[in-house]
Design a binder for this molecule. Structure first.
Ligand code: SF4
Length: 330
């Protein structure tokens, strides 16, 4: 690991100002960052420790939602009574990720910022456009079984690894930040991530020194909440395909609310509101589900080993809709 300066911040604004060197990093739980530093994939000159900041609360908002401090651990957020009661899809998504030990350390803000698990990204003797822009992408014709089929580019096909962020995208969460100049801003999760295009090393819209302070959830949605995750083993595995869903039906049995977001298939948490609109006010019959899957996957592009994700996503979508119509779920 390369040497770095360590700064312990006592206020969010001070943390943001302290992170003014372009290669500075904030550290909360460090569950991904410390690995990246040990492998020398990231070599920050400065680490700003934000663990003493007063950002560990989960509070009700005047709008009927929740405001979550960035340092709330994944375990505490998943176990929070209001999250379990009103946002079970979020609780389930978090519990589907990592292990108990990791969830105890990992923070809400850090979860949004975890990096892809593409093998080549972690092997520093390999080219990788995300790690070293302009060096190439060996995954496109190489080991790509776990990688993305949507939102990819000729530069990068890395999948976004987070389960929590998929649920946050589904719930229309908003990220609050403070910048190095002390100003704050609100960023909808929908606008937070960048597609790889020809700059896969730029993964989100955060500016240098900009610190995530909170995440705000709008008022809860009624209906069945589920998080279905297909993976190679029952725990401690990233999604091959996952689906966060909130689905409700009316008295006639039609789908009155349809929200769907997918993990494992996109270069960012993947949601397509046109798919939701196509399914809404229908009976969710096989033909309609097929049309929805066609629309969801119309730009999907497999790279060989990960071709299976296209039919697997179709089957998962169908399973989620049919379970909701059968009245299963929370
Ligand atoms: Fe690197 Fe992205 Fe290609 Fe993986 S998919 S090798 S992260 S450029």
């Amino acid at each position: 690991m390369k040497r770095f300066e360590y700064i312990r911040a006592n206020a969010p604004e001070q943390a943001a100002t302290s992170a003014s060197p372009k290669d500075a990093f904030f550290i909360g739980g460090g569950t991904n960052l410390l690995d990246l530093m040990k492998f020398e994939i990231e070599t920050p000159s400065t680490l700003v420790d934000v663990n003493r900041l007063d950002l560990e609360k989960v509070e009700d908002t005047d709008e009927g939602g929740l405001r979550i401090g960035t340092l709330v651990s994944n375990s505490d957020l998943a176990a929070h009574p209001t999250v379990i009661e009103n946002y079970p899809v979020l609780s389930r998504a978090i519990l589907a990720g990592a292990t108990g030990q990791l969830r105890n350390k990992a923070t809400t803000g850090g979860n949004f910022l975890q990096r892809t698990r593409c093998y080549y990204f972690y092997h520093t003797d390999s080219p990788c456009n995300k790690r070293e822009p302009g060096t190439g992408c060996p995954a496109i014709n190489g080991e790509n079984r776990s990688l993305a089929i949507l939102g990819t580019s000729e530069s990068c096909i890395a999948q976004h690894p987070s389960d929590m962020a998929v649920a946050m995208r589904l719930l229309d969460a908003t990220i609050e930040t403070v910048k190095a100049d002390g100003t704050t801003r609100q960023i909808p999760v929908k606008e937070f991530y960048c597609l790889p295009k020809d700059t896969p090393h730029i993964e989100n819209v955060l500016e240098s020194g900009e610190l995530i302070t909170h995440v705000v959830l709008p008022a809860p949605l009624t209906g069945m909440h589920t998080y279905d995750k297909v993976r190679v083993r029952a725990s401690y595995a990233f999604a091959l395909v996952s689906c966060a869903a909130v689905i409700d039906t009316d008295d006639s049995g039609k789908l009155s609310t349809v929200r769907l977001a997918f993990g494992g298939i996109g270069t960012q948490p993947w949601r397509n509101e046109e798919v939701e609109a196509l399914l809404t006010d229908t009976q969710g019959d096989d033909d309609t589900i097929k049309q929805a899957a066609d629309l969801l996957l119309k730009d999907a592009k497999g790279s060989g080993q990960n071709d299976f994700k296209i039919p697997l996503t179709r089957r998962l979508l169908k399973q989620v809709i049919q379970r909701a119509l059968a009245g299963e779920g929370a």
